[in-house]
Design a protein around this ligand. Structure first.
Ligand code: AGP
Length: 614
């Protein structure tokens, strides 16, 4: 999720652009850049790896004059974070400069077409392909920029929010969007452009939210003009922004954590985008294609991770062993790195990390690598240390996760692990084609089912009020839901500071049930999958000791609703996908309890978003 800012008007553009980029830095950054048409009609592009402050240092002594410009903070999707891959990107003639937020799925085909016509590329980004395509269409058909952009976007498959400057037309910015947001701010003889209203609200409260496949022609000397890809003029609706700045950075949510819980359907869709085809008949992970033999011939997989990522690893174990019949061990990275493990070149290590900077996980990778193991990374932060330390891997593409308590990254990790297990199983023929297609079909439905669960937010908020002052919780699950119980307990612990323990449900009899009395709330994941009858018995054991049971059940369950104290009904899914559905109510439950307790939900005490030290 990159940040876009643009300005054209009576003021110097650069200060407005830089301030706007800083407002958008929460969206994630790994590089930043700016394009300005200077007072002496030069089109200057300055860009660098790192934060916006690094860009400010980079432009010292440079010509940053001009009252028209575009700027960008990048959250890398194609191509590592570096100055070459940073935006803006020049066209070959250096008369066009473009910035982009989104993913162009057919960029490789377009790139080949342009290379066959002699175009050269400096970066490995999909964005550079787009600006070259626009220039190719413009020159070869002798068109104006707006028409060239319309035709070029008609060839693009994927998501985009773009802004384009043309050196020879210093009075206009062309902007367009599809699936990635773009807002035009309307001031007094000046216009603003941004990925969201955050950088705009301090200058004007009048905004136009561009709709999909709309193109804005933003000129100093005329009203905003909006057309669609067929050049049909649209009537833009000018809205007044009511939100304050703090709220806007959270997309209108009170906390990043709630925003990130709520955006999971879109994030999981993004995670699967380009990897599962629309028909649901195939799953493709480029890392598996590139390293198929090494992965399929592994004697065993060892998953190393910490915290929430370790919980995802437990689910990954179950998936890979069930689908691929390859043994999987799951290790706390902090333990693995110091216990002199038996490991060699027949092993594949999967390192899971949202931040890609966790010290213990990095150390575990280096140890495993030193003993010949093949390392597969599953990370969110593109270009971070762990992806650079691994032999291959798959990004989860859920966008920056700001809340310290991990939510969308967990479901993104589980989604990638599911796709990894499916692709390997298909190659090994260890599951039938019918089973493969059944699972993929269900996996494609997960975003919609997550949306169903999110509609329970108010009900879960009400339920959380009853338990706000509990001192202890037990979370129980079996099979695929046991790691979900652990994850639910961790969410509650880390943001509400209530002591909570997750257990395999059957373990209660081996001691923990001594804890159960009328004061002990017990959350049980009791969906109608796997060992449902056994879980039913476990609930009865809890009730026999007066424990308060909060049960997560499958919609329409009539058994458990009779014995549990509270039930949260979830849409039905298949057993191996239960974690993707059952985790969401537990995230909301922990969130609302913490809010009721007045906790600092996004930055809980004692915790850091990335544990980069031991
Ligand atoms: C999860 O909510 C915690 N913030 C924490 O357990 C986290 O999962 C752990 O520190 C691992 O972080 P990583 O995924 O960035 O490696």
């Amino acid at each position: 999720m990159c940040g876009i800012v643009g300005y054209i008007g009576k003021r110097d553009a650069y200060p407005i652009l830089i301030k706007g980029l800083k407002r958008l830095e929460y969206r994630g950054y790994d590089s930043a850049g700016v394009a300005l048409i200077s007072n002496n009609q030069e089109l200057n592009v300055y860009k660098t790896k790192g934060r916006v402050s690094d860009l400010e240092n980079f432009v010292i002594q440079k010509d940053i004059s001009g009252n028209i410009g575009i700027a960008h903070t990048r959250w890398a999707t194609h191509g590592e974070p570096c100055s070459l891959n940073a935006h803006p990107h020049f066209s070959s003639s250096e008369k066009l400069a473009l910035i982009h937020n989104g993913i162009i799925e057919n960029y490789a085909v377009l790139k080949e077409k342009l290379q066959s016509k002699g175009y050269l590329f400096k970066s490995s980004t999909d964005t550079e392909v787009l600006v070259q395509l626009i220039e190719y269409i413009k020159i070869s058909n002798n068109l104006d920029l707006l028409t060239a952009v319309q035709l070029a976007l008609g060839e693009v498959i994927g998501a985009y929010a773009i802004a384009v400057l043309e050196k020879d037309h210093p009075n206009e910015i062309i902007a367009a969007r599809k699936s990635s947001p773009l807002v035009v701010g309307i001031g007094q003889d000046e216009f603003f452009l941004a990925s969201d209203a955050t950088p705009i609200v301090e200058y004007t409260d009048k905004v136009v939210y561009l709709e999909d496949e709309e193109i804005a022609l933003i000129r100093r000397d005329m009203d905003l003009k909006v057309v669609n890809l067929n050049n049909v003029e649209m009537t833009p609706e000018i809205k007044s922004v009511k939100l304050n700045l703090g709220q806007l950075e959270k997309g209108g949510y009170p906390h990043f954590m709630l925003k990130e819980i709520t955006e999971q359907p879109d994030c999981i869709h993004d995670c699967m985008r380009g990897r599962i085809n629309v028909e649901g008949s195939n799953v493709v992970l480029s890392a598996v294609i590139d390293h198929k033999e090494r992965l399929l011939n592994a004697k065993r997989f060892i998953i190393v991770a910490c915290g929430t990522s370790w919980h995802a690893g437990l689910i990954g174990k179950h998936l890979i062993e069930s689908f691929c019949r390859i043994p999987v061990e799951v290790e706390y990275a902090s333990e693995f790195r110091y216990r002199d493990p038996v490991i060699d070149s027949s092993d594949v290590v999967i390192a899971i990390s949202q931040s890609g900077e966790t010290a213990d996980t990095l150390a575990a990778i280096e140890l495993a690598k030193s003993r010949g193991a093949f390392i597969y990374g599953i990370c969110n932060a593109i270009g971070s240390s762990i992806p650079r330390a691994t032999h291959t891997g798959s990004y989860i593409h859920v966008g920056p996760e700001i809340g310290v308590a991990s939510t969308k990254a967990f479901t993104g990790q589980v989604t990638v692990l599911t796709m990894l297990a499916l692709t390997l199983a298909r190659e090994k023929h260890s599951i039938s084609e019918e089973e493969f297609l059944r699972i993929v079909k269900e996996l494609n439905k997960v975003p919609e089912k997550m949306k169903e669960v999110l509609k329970l937010n108010d009900k879960i908020a009400e339920l959380s009020k009853i338990f706000t002052y509990a001192h202890n919780f037990i979370y129980l699950g079996r099979g695929y839901s046991y790691p979900v119980a652990l994850e639910g307990a961790l969410k509650l612990k880390e943001i509400s500071y209530i002591h909570a323990e997750g257990y395999p449900a059957a373990e209660m009899k081996h001691g923990p049930i001594a804890l159960v009395d009328a004061e002990m709330p017990v959350v049980v994941i009791a969906t109608q999958n796997g060992l449902y009858e056994k879980v039913l018995s476990n609930i009865q054991e809890i009730k026999a000791r007066k424990g308060k049971v909060i049960a997560l059940v499958t919609q329409g369950d009539t058994f458990i609703s009779k014995i549990a104290d509270y039930c949260i009904e979830l849409p039905e899914t298949i057993e191996c996908l239960d974690p993707l559905i059952a985790t969401v109510p537990l995230q909301l439950f922990a969130y609302h309890i913490a809010v009721c307790k007045g906790m600092d939900v996004d930055q809980p005490r004692n915790l850091a978003k990335s544990v980069t030290v031991e």
